[in-house]
Ligand binder design. Structure first.
Ligand SMILES: Cc1cc2nc3c(=O)[nH]c(=O)nc-3n(C[C@H](O)[C@H](O)[C@H](O)COP(=O)(O)OP(=O)(O)OC[C@H]3O[C@@H](n4cnc5c(N)ncnc54)[C@H](O)[C@@H]3O)c2cc1C
Length: 370
């Protein structure tokens, strides 16, 4: 039976999108966020979005998300996404060639480009050291807090109740959301608590194999070439960047160890800032790179690199484990989890019941090309 009351836990990109979808379809939905909206990883994300995935399901999700982002022209800016391997890195160069072939077979607008071609298209980019690059035209970037705000507005306009500054736990039998105000029963609950999802589910006696891990980003001072570069991931150097208000937003600094979602270092490491300035100076040919701000945030890993999206116990749904790709997939996954809550089949590959919850595993970052 279709649930008539649904609670969503977590006011990040995933939670607010699902809330907006549910409200738009006439469901009585209440969102609980322990801080302010976008207080978690969504407010710290780079907002890079693309459909360049070599797997059919991922590519469809990417394509659908881009369609939805394009409906928000104040939030989303179209810009090609380039990923490259440096000369001498044959392993990654080969992987990029294969990935781009596979993506084209899936119907994606992806092409291989040589360094001269890349230089012609993006004069701001240094390409002398590039062995091979692929370019995806289905791409762009979104201002992440503005996206969350837009979805929250849509949710509220369609009757959703948004309860910020309200931390909750979950009880099962019966399914309830527990806050300082007491317990409230719902027909269905979606836990979209980002790095906290595992802890929230623990309170309901449900175990998931998910580990939060720390990543870093910074924004440079005005960078003259920022308007003539694409969004770019250097797979050999293992960093990415995109234009950001006259400068560049640059990320990675991934720590492949589990972080405590309550206690982690929110500032960027000096070493990350130092390395990133050096790399960017080389990639955009600028002597000195100033840094406006630098920070860290948490991503979430699963044993197989795929997210946990779907029903894990009767009426209890989860959406987490995005390996640094949760923001770009939020529009499509918000729709798909809503479909599932309202009775449709979920995405089989992402079914959270594929694990028993006690798996041991290593953290692999989402962008890594091994
Ligand atoms: C530096 C950085 C750069 C990134 N760049 C990109 C990128 O370019 N593209 C991309 O796709 N992804 C990127 N990501 C990953 C992206 O941020 C996440 O995948 C995405 O934001 C996950 O959204 P979410 O809604 O699942 O989680 P979150 O945004 O973390 O939202 C979860 C919310 O749940 C709330 N919450 C937690 N516990 C409770 C509780 N008990 N009760 C109520 N509320 C609770 C939190 O306060 C939080 O607001 C990046 C991440 C970082 C850190």
């Amino acid at each position: 039976m279709e649930p008539s009351t649904v609670a969503v836990v977590g006011g990040g990109a995933i939670g607010v999108t699902a809330t907006a979808e549910l409200a738009t379809r006439g469901t009585d939905v209440t969102l609980y966020e322990r801080g302010s909206l976008a207080a978690g990883s969504s407010g710290r994300a780079a907002g890079v979005c693309y459909d360049a995935f070599g797997d059919r399901t991922d590519a469809r999700i990417g394509t659908r998300s881009l369609e939805r982002f394009r409906e928000l022209p104040d939030v989303f800016t179209e810009l090609p996404y380039v990923w490259l391997a440096q000369s001498g890195d044959e392993k990654r160069a080969d992987a990029i060639r294969k990935q781009s072939t596979r993506m084209r077979e899936l119907g994606l607008d992806v092409a291989l480009v040589d360094p001269d071609d890349l230089q012609d298209r993006f004069p701001g980019l240094v390409t002398d050291d590039v062995a091979v690059a692929a370019i995806a035209r289905g791409a762009g970037y979104a201002e992440t807090e503005e996206y969350v705000e837009a979805m929250a507005e849509r949710a509220a306009q369609n009757g959703a109740s948004l309860r910020t500054e309200t931390a909750v736990t979950i009880a099962t039998d019966p399914l309830q959301v527990v806050s300082e105000d007491g317990k409230r029963s719902f027909d269905a609950v979606l836990v979209a608590g980002g790095a906290h999802s595992k802890r929230i589910l623990d309170t309901a006696g449900v175990s998931i194999p998910m580990k939060p891990y720390r990543v870093q980003a910074l924004v440079t001072e005005t960078t003259p070439n920022s308007e003539t570069v694409p969004m770019c991931y250097d797979a050999t150097g293992n960093y990415y960047f995109r234009p950001h208000t006259g400068g560049l937003l640059v990320g990675d600094g991934t720590e492949r160890v589990e972080s405590d979602p309550e206690h982690w270092k929110r500032d960027a490491d000096d070493e990350f800032v130092h390395q990133t300035r050096k790399r960017i100076a080389e990639r955009v040919r600028q002597d000195e790179i100033g840094v406006r701000e630098a920070w860290a945030g948490l991503c979430t890993a699963t044993p197989d690199g795929d997210p946990l999206v779907g029903e894990i116990r009767s009426g209890l749904f989860i959406a987490t484990g995005f390996h640094g790709h949760g923001f770009m997939r939020a529009p499509a996954l918000g729709e798909r989890i809503t479909d599932e809550i309202l009775g449709d089949d979920g995405i089989r590959r992402f079914d959270p019941t594929r694990f028993d919850g006690n798996e041991t595993f290593e953290i692999v970052a989402g962008m890594d090309i091994e």
